[in-house]
Structures are given as C-alpha cells and as structure tokens.
Design a protein around this ligand. Structure first.
Ligand code: HSE
Length: 427
C-alpha cells in the first residue's frame, strides 16, 4: 500500500475537518484510496489548544511544517494570499508537494507557484479551490482530456447562490439570507468577497487556466457581484421564465479567451437554473463530447475537506502532469466581445410617450426588443417611478453600456437602470 506523510497547516473550519477525517476515516481511505496517511505535524497558530486530539505534534510556527524533513505533502488551509504564499513557496522549495483550497492564492500567484513546483518536481493539488466537494478540476484535467473546451458556465459561489435562492423562494431580504449563509459556514471570512463576485471570478480564472491553457491572470476577469439584485428583478425574471444566478463564464473565440462573472438570467428550462441553496454547478461545453454538467456542494467545511483528501490520495499515487499549463496560442482578452440578450429594468415617470421615446433609442441603435413588460400604475407613487422591463436582442457589453447611458439622458428615466445578461447556450 502507498503511504504519504502529511503536514497540515490550518485547523479552522476546513482544516479541522481534514484533521478529523484523516484520523477517523483512515481505514476507509486505505480501502478506497489504497493509501495510508501518516499525520506528521499540524501547524496551528493557537497551538495545542486548537487541536482536539491527543498525541499530535503541533507547532505554532507554520513554517516549521514547511521545513519538516519528514513531511511529504503540506496541506495549506489557512487562506489569504500573503503568509499562505510564503508558506507554500517555502514548502515547494523544500521539495514538498502542496494541497491547497486557496483560490485567491492561485488566482494571484498561480503562474509562479506552478513553475516553481515544476522546477522542484513537486505537485500542487487544488481540487478544493473550485466548487468545493464537486470534482470539477478532475473532470477538466482528466475526464475531458480528449476534448477541446469551447466554453464553461458555472455557479461557483455557494454563498451568493444561497442568498439568491432564499430571495427567490422565501422572499428573504438580502441581509437575512447572508446572515444564514454565514451561520452555515459557507461564506468567506470577509463575505464581501462572496457577494461582490471576487470569489467566483478567482475560481473562473483557475478553470480557464485548465480549460484553455492560459495564464492564471485574475486581472483579465470582468466581474460584478449580486449586491444590486433586488427582489423586484427576481420577480420580473420569473415572469419572463428565468432565475437570476451568478454565472462565471469562460469562452474561447478562435484563440482569444474571455472570462467574466456576472449576475445572469438563466432560462428556467436549463439545469443551471435548478441549482439552489449553496450548491455549485458547472456546465462545460467541449468540441467532441458536447455539454457535460457537474453538480454538488461548493462550500462548507465537509465538502472542501473531501476535495483536499482526494488530492492527497492522487498525490500518493503519483499525481498529475507537472506541466499544468502547457504553452498554447490562446490569449486572454480584456474586453468581452460576446453578444448576448440582456435584461433592462428602468424606473420611469409614468408620462405619455415615455415608452415611445425609449423604444426609439432601441430602434435607432438597431437593437431589437424581444420582450417588454409594464404593469398598470396602482397608486400615485407608482406614477413617479414605475418599472419598465425590456429584454433586448443580442448585444455586446459596450453596446449595452451605450444604450444605458443614452436612456438615462431622458428626464423621465430615473438613473440607475438595472442591466443583467441572459445566459445563452450557443456554441
Ligand atoms: N465562500 C465560498 C462560497 C466557499 O461561498 O462558495 C469556498 O470557496
């Protein structure tokens, strides 16, 4: 049987479960994984009091673990990008494999870490960095290896998805739903990273690096979070046959790769629209196999720990190709050339001729109106600010920005038009 000597750094939400499962599931891991793990050392800043097991070598100085000669693989579950970078770099230089759940670390330092790892002939396992317990990294680098990936679309942030589901199903306020997500241990220690789209965007660049063989360069991801979505938008989306999801999208156009992560209307007939609560899902469209969809828990300590341990098993068995990102002609591009249908919600003063004015802008710009909703005003207040919802034909991001700007020039249109993409399944 293979064996692997593990050093664990971090015993918080995720690290605590990794520790517990390495200890309590050792016979299952021997049976199913064919690997015997030996826990050599645990790095916990608070020391022994943070480790509820006897007989474990605990150090408060995490770099001790990176330098411990008996450790084959260092598990980094401390999060952050500063000390985590120093720790992982040190471990690699010391000839240790690394397993990390840290998407922020890979999104910002991925290129140098993987080239350092290649130089030192060690592996970096990062299944837990995207979609938690759902093995999407394995799908991309192993199961789909015979395919050229054309695009992916994923719900990659469990906290955002939990909030949107609560808003849609229970009409919960944004803040109540966020509080519940935090209580469930889904959110990042700084939940603004979940809500403002950063977390999903970091995961998107990791997927893009694998899918399209481009560098880990987070600065190329265009993204927004879910903060601007109101119950009103969720209600109108439903009326039109859609759910609003936060979708991370990567696409290969010839050899140019665009990556974005935005609140997006998803047709209620698609699998992605059915993904509720903290669940994640990733649809990958590839040239030979077509569309494949991966669904499962994307946040929370147990699912993340499950992915960490799966990487440990893989490393014990020899790991993966050290060339994570072979040279390719594909290039990341800053702007998104893709054209998609879009949802617009305008709040307008209910005056004669306002719809004619609005639709003339669409006509002048040769943008088609696919759907239009205006409900009858029911009160005096409604006359001051009534919603008009329009679904446009397929337009680019820049055409959409220009359209919005021009519409907001009308005195009847209240500034702050809501504008969301509509997901398209086209190749
Ligand atoms: N905070 C993340 C999420 C968890 O909600 O998806 C792991 O990345």
């Amino acid at each position: 049987m293979k064996s692997l000597r593990v050093g664990l750094c971090g015993v918080g939400n995720v690290g605590g479960v990794v520790l517990k499962n390495l200890i309590s599931s050792s016979s299952l891991l021997e049976l199913q994984g064919g690997v015997r793990f030996e826990l050599i050392q645990v790095g916990a800043r608070k020391g022994k009091s943070a480790v509820p097991f006897e007989g474990i070598n605990v150090t408060k100085d995490l770099l001790d673990v990176a330098r411990n000669r008996e450790v084959d693989v260092l598990v980094e579950v401390i999060g952050g990008t500063d000390f985590a970078y120093e720790l992982v770099t040190e471990a690699i230089k010391e000839g240790k494999h690394v397993v990390t759940a840290n998407k922020a670390l890979l999104a910002t330092h991925g290129n140098e870490l993987f080239s350092l790892a290649k130089e030192n002939k060690v592996e970096i396992g990062f299944e837990a960095s995207v979609a938690g317990g759902t093995p999407v990294i394995k799908a991309l680098r192993e199961g789909l290896v015979a395919n050229k990936v054309k695009w992916f679309a994923g719900i990659l942030n469990g906290t955002s998805n939990y909030i949107l589901t609560e808003m849609e199903s229970n009409k919960s306020s944004f803040n109540t739903a966020l509080k519940k997500a935090q209580e469930l241990g889904l959110a990042e220690s700084d939940p603004s990273l979940d809500i403002n789209g950063t977390d999903a965007a970091q995961k998107a660049i990791i997927l893009a690096a694998l899918a399209f063989h481009v560098p880990f360069d987070f600065s190329f991801v265009n993204f927004e979070g879910i903060e601007d979505i109101e119950l009103e938008d969720i209600k109108y989306a439903k009326e039109l046959g859609y759910s609003i999801k936060h979708i991370a999208h990567g696409k290969l156009n010839n050899s140019l790769v665009s990556i974005n992560a935005f609140p997006t209307l998803v047709n209620n007939k698609t699998l992605l629209s059915q993904v509720g609560k903290e669940m994640n899902a990733l649809e990958i469209y590839s040239e030979s196999v077509g569309s494949t969809v991966y669904y499962g828990p994307g946040a929370g300590p147990e699912p993340t720990a499950s992915a960490v341990i799966a990487d440990l098993v893989d490393i014990a068995k020899g790991g993966w190709d050290l060339d994570i990102n072979p040279n390719s002609d594909n290039k990341l591009e800053v702007s998104d050339p893709d054209t998609v249908s879009r949802y617009f919600r305008l709040q307008v003063k209910d005056e004669t001729g306002v719809i004619a004015k609005i639709s003339s802008v669409f006509a002048d710009k040769k943008i088609s109106i696919e759907a239009l909703i205006q409900h009858e005003a029911k009160s005096k207040e409604d006359l001051e600010s009534i919603p008009i919802v329009i679904v446009s034909g397929e337009i680019s991001q820049s055409a959409s920005d220009n359209l919005k700007e021009e519409l907001e020039n009308f005195p009847e249109v209240i500034p702050g038009i809501k504008n969301f993409r509509i997901h398209s399944n086209k190749e």
